[in-house]
Design a protein around this ligand. Structure first.
Ligand SMILES: [Zn+2]
Ligand SMILES: [Zn+2]
Length: 104
């Protein structure tokens, strides 16, 4: 593990001061609080502005590199649905998706 990664401190990463269990970063639900505060500070409170700041946007062609889900697949972090329906997600998410929508 790289030492540039966030390490648990024993306190909630949202900054509320609550203690959290060993190896945890957040009290239950506080990851959403932290995310909202971060977006408010850095990206006018919206995911769209955050994506824009990193060069992503809405595209007609899903294979364009300014598609954030395409970028995740290109970097080997996410996968495409093996049935070719266009769904993208984590391996676990793909498995759930295939089981739910592509049962023969
Ligand atoms: Zn918190
Ligand atoms: Zn699919």
């Amino acid at each position: 593990m790289s030492n540039t990664q966030a390490q648990p401190t024993g306190y909630c990463y949202c900054g509320c001061g609550n203690t959290v269990g060993y190896g945890r970063y957040f009290a239950a639900g506080h990851d959403k609080t932290a995310e909202a505060a971060f977006l408010a500070i850095h990206h006018e409170g919206t995911v769209a502005q955050m994506l824009h700041a990193h060069g992503y946007r809405g595209v007609a062609d899903r294979s364009e590199k300014s598609s954030v889900t395409k970028a995740a697949v290109d970097q080997g972090l996410w996968e495409e649905c093996p049935k070719g329906c266009g769904y993208r997600g984590t391996r676990e998410s793909i498995n759930n998706h295939v089981n739910r929508y592509h049962q023969d």
